[in-house]
Design a protein around this ligand. Structure first.
Ligand SMILES: [Zn+2]
Length: 406
């Protein structure tokens, strides 16, 4: 009897210790973490973003923890990838070390951890309070193809007149999907999309806020006058892989808008935009990015803005005035354009999506990128979403004034 008791005790403690083991997995869309060390006793996990060679910046990380005990505290340490991502360039640690790690117990709602602390040797340390046996932890609120699929299905259901389409199959066979809302011959034509840079998930979060607003009652009059094309994720291959995408080899998606693009989805977008412009004229092209840690919300405008005159100058100016009135929360949009002056040659400027669209459309077309920063708990799913709704209201008022009239 005593022996039996002892055996049971032993079994129970074995089970407990087995049960208490924490494990890390990344085998899902967007998953990325190279485990540097994992101490089961102190519950300390150190990771770095895994490098996918030739696939751009190693900055994004996203993983699942299993075997967690309610009430315990995990220490997450994040260090930079030490291998070069391109030639001899090694990415600075700050890009993979947001102030807050983002946590989810259901994979859908995301909240920031307490603010991390950065050590002298450039390791970011976050304390994570366990809220469920299984948790997901990420660099920022993720947005992967499964989210895009859910969103497109939701919008298609709400607006039965809309039409889902496959823009292209990527080089790795993934579908790049979009939705068209409105009559192809509508008086106004708009193209909006996100994730030319795979890790810039906030761009897709803004896009989701925008398209949900666009499908709402408030946007009904706008929808009646407009044909909108919306692409939630451009660089699907790198998003699936959890790779950064930016500065991929030989060039990333937002430098691929050349005469002969490398990526089928870029070629397909060029084809569709050219068609739209030829048939009905394109009013607005809006590309959503999310690059700078502490950037405000702002638009990159056309390099030649200062030298513009007439209808071009009027439209770009008016766009920004209206954006200032409508994009106010969680941070107001800057009332002046910025310019991507770090891109120095005309040739490279022409290979950026916004530049290509400017060079292939009309004098009434505006082509802008909306940039949001990420290093703040304000830049949450809800925060980005509010910016997207503000963008929608900007578009509504802008088109209502008919930017085509001279
Ligand atoms: Zn970008």
């Amino acid at each position: 009897m005593l022996l039996m008791k002892r055996l049971l005790c032993l079994l129970a403690s074995l089970c407990l210790s087995l049960h208490a083991d924490m494990s890390v997995s990344t085998d899902f869309e967007g998953g990325n973490a190279e485990v540097v060390k994992l101490n089961q006793t102190t519950k300390t996990l150190r990771i770095r973003p895994e490098l996918h060679e030739g696939r751009g910046w190693p900055c994004w990380w996203y993983f699942q923890l299993d075997g967690l005990q309610l009430g315990e505290r995990i220490t997450l340490e994040v260090e930079a990838q030490t291998k070069p991502f391109r030639e001899k360039q090694v990415l600075a640690a700050a890009w993979c070390q947001p102030k807050h790690a983002w946590l989810s117990t259901d994979g859908e709602t995301w909240s920031p951890s307490d603010e991390g602390t950065r050590t002298k040797d450039k390791v970011m340390i976050y304390q994570i309070q366990v809220a469920a046996p299984q948790m997901r932890v990420a660099w920022g609120p993720p947005f992967v193809p499964a989210d895009a699929e859910r969103l497109l299905a939701e919008i298609a259901k709400r607006l039965p007149e809309s039409q889902r389409f496959e823009l292209a199959k990527t080089r790795h066979g993934h579908a790049v999907n979009g939705i068209r809302i409105g009559d192809a011959n509508a008086p106004h034509q708009v193209w909006i999309g996100a994730r030319h840079h795979a890790w810039e998930t906030g761009g897709s979060q803004v896009g989701r806020g925008f398209i949900r607003w666009y499908a709402s009652e408030e946007a009904k009059a706008l929808r009646n006058q407009t044909c909108l094309h919306y692409i939630p994720i451009m660089d699907v291959d790198n998003v699936v892989l959890g790779a950064g995408g930016k500065e991929a080899e030989p060039r990333d998606h937002n430098r691929d808008w050349a005469d002969v693009p490398i990526y089928p989805e870029v070629a397909a977008a060029q084809g569709m935009i050219s068609d739209i412009h030829r048939k009905r004229g394109l009013d607005a092209y809006i590309d959503l990015h999310n690059p700078g840690a502490n950037d405000p919300v702002f638009f990159f405008g056309p390099f030649a803005f200062e030298r513009m005159s007439g209808i071009q100058q009027r439209n770009y100016s008016r766009w920004l005035e209206l954006a200032s009135a409508h994009i106010t929360t969680p941070r107001p949009v800057e009332p002046k354009y910025r310019y991507a002056n770090y891109v120095t040659t005309e040739e490279e400027r022409g290979r950026m999506s916004s530049g290509w669209v400017r060079n292939h459309t009309g004098d009434f077309t505006i082509s802008v990128t909306l940039e949001t920063g990420w290093n703040s708990p304000l830049m949450s799913v809800e925060g980005y979403s509010n910016i997207g709704a503000g963008l929608g209201r900007t578009l509504r008022d802008y088109l209502a004034e008919n930017p085509r009239q001279h």
